[in-house]
Write a protein that binds this ligand. Sequence first.
Ligand code: SF4
Length: 342
Amino acid sequence: METSGTTNTETHFTDIPDLAEQLKEYRLDRFGGATKPAGIRVSELGWPCTRYLVHSVLDWDNRAPPSDWAKMRMQEGADREKIVMRDLNAIGANVWGQQDTIEWRALNIVGHPDAKWYYEATRDPSSKFGPLEFKYTNERYFRKLNDPADFLNGDIFLRKWYSQLQIYTLLLNCEIGFFLLEECPGGVPKFIICPLDYEFAERELQRAEEAQMYISEALAKPNRKPEYPDKINQHAICNRCPFAHVCMPDLRVDSALNIIDDQMLIELLERRQELELAASEHRAVCKKLNMMLPDSVGQYMAGDFVIKQTKVDRKGYSVAPSSYIMRKFTCLKKRREDEKPS
Ligand code: SF4
């Protein structure tokens, strides 16, 4: 009989496969890899750089891949979408045409709206409908998004969502489109009506038209080096671009900068930046409290707070030598703001 729990674990449990690892592998397999686009994807049109649109077709296989975490998150969103469509059917909503292909051949645009919602009583060809886009979104976006303008004036990813819905609305000849958001975690739904913003959608189509001129020229002359529209050279956008290493190879070589195209990771970095000030104030307040509170064991009351103080013996231990990754975060936006002449 084993006497030590540690020995027990080491002796008997090492051959047991890690279920989490197996699950992760399965989900990453389900997500699959990048596929060649049939044209300029409607979901890409909102990226405010025409050169990017050309890269997204000509250099699709060179796109910086999302992290494993982002892939699993996107797969979770796709799974959640199926549940939402099932529930919409259960409540009798006239939701049809899920992921149907729509295209505009002249501009080489292709897209797959999540669904069409016939908001009048029946799915009659004459009844009114609009494209419905489902977004399974984090708490921060969920709180922020209440109105079409919140997408348009939000960050680059929200602008992409807005553009996607606007283009679907225009291509389907509808007056309105719909966002159905769900908060992750929790699954609380939110519904936002988004009228067609004709001027915006037209401008997006003009960019697609320009991008398509470059794409068709490159495809017609496969032996020549393709030409691309001008770079926009906007740090805030280029820093997030999954084609930055193709578009600006010098930037990558000179600074050994590897671009991570991971929306969730960027959101976490932004949140970390927001919390940094509060965290340092929290540390300063704790330090001051430690100096002000009595240095002895017991219970104390101050205002609405009970403070229980106990003695803890610190165990001594030595740290074995090892290596770890030290991370330093620099917010370029903040640095640019700091550097602005006053
Ligand atoms: S790196 Fe900048 S200029 Fe180049 S494609 Fe991306 S967004 Fe456009």
